[in-house]
Design a protein around this ligand. Structure first.
Ligand code: NAD
Length: 258
């Protein structure tokens, strides 16, 4: 739990913002943080999904509409949450898209949208939260990256996630004097709404089996596994950890050339 519980006139509930919290990994992270006693504000392009998560998760979870590709939306979301809940302790950037395009199929608009959602979004969210963190002298940013930053994937997606690691490490350096930690969690394939962009259920069954077969631990990663890593990095248990990429991949981030 954040230092926020120890400051002020008495115990205070720490506040976390989660982008993409209407989705599976963001939703599991919301559930885990709420169970740990955080007040959670979910921002998602899909307002119905954000509200459904807020409704289904026990604890103080609130759903809001947010397009992380729109800088004005980001300002309004952060200012609204800060004004309503009085502080911002952790931010989890889980909103993401992956247009299934190889090099020959690159579409400029889809490429730009991917960079805006996956990479510029976390940068602008961090910028909007900065005044809160500067006042509080503490905070934690957890970016949801991807194993593809190492292993490659669809070029525009993998490039956005590799860029997110660069952003994570740069912000870790810049914000360390404020007591703000910045880390990334990089999962391998997780069967979620996101993966349904790849094809129908039968295709996904076959894909999941191929991934499982080459994964050293022989198991697929679940949203809850990612949420556990998010909760750790967001909390004071990770007090002196910053600038790291925590792979939640059941070993599939390791070289498999043998
Ligand atoms: N599922 C996987 O295999 C996998 C693997 C590695 C990394 N990731 C990353 O995990 C994160 C969460 O993915 P997920 O698997 O839970 O997928 P998901 O599709 O279930 O969730 C993504 C959420 O982001 C929201 N979103 C999309 N564009 C948005 C925007 N412009 N503004 C605000 N919200 C927006 C969607 O509405 C959705 O609720 C993503 O960043 C993704 O890149 C996923």
């Amino acid at each position: 739990m954040s230092d926020a519980t120890q400051t002020g006139t008495g115990p205070r509930t720490p506040v976390a913002l989660i982008t993409g919290g209407g989705g599976d990994i963001g939703g599991a992270s919301a559930a885990r943080l709420a169970a740990d006693g955080w007040t959670v504000v979910i921002g998602d392009l899909d307002l119905a999904a954000a509200l459904a998560t807020a409704e289904s998760v026990p604890g103080a979870v609130h759903g809001r509409r947010l397009d992380v590709a729109d800088p004005r939306d980001i300002s309004a979301f952060v200012e609204g949450a800060g004004a309503e809940f009085g502080r911002i302790d952790a931010v989890v950037c889980a909103a993401g898209i992956e247009p299934a395009q190889d090099l020959a199929g690159i579409d400029v608009d889809a490429w730009d949208r991917t960079q805006h959602v996956n990479l510029r979004g976390p940068a602008l969210i961090a910028q909007a939260v900065l005044p809160w963190w500067a006042r509080q002298r503490s905070g934690s940013l957890v970016n949801i990256g991807s194993r593809t930053w190492l292993g490659g994937g669809h070029p525009g997606y993998a490039a956005s996630k590799a860029g997110l690691v660069g952003l994570t490490r740069s912000l870790a350096m810049e914000l360390a004097p404020l007591g703000v930690r910045v880390n990334a969690v990089a999962p391998s394939f997780v069967r979620t709404g996101f993966s349904r962009q790849r094809g129908d259920e039968r295709m996904l069954d076959a894909y999941a089996e191929r991934v499982r077969a080459v994964t050293p631990m022989g198991e697929l990663v679940r949203p809850e596994d990612v949420a556990n890593a998010v909760a750790f990095l967001a909390s004071d248990q990770a007090a002196r950890i910053t600038g790291e990429v925590l792979h939640v991949c059941a070993g599939s981030q390791l070289p498999t050339f043998l």
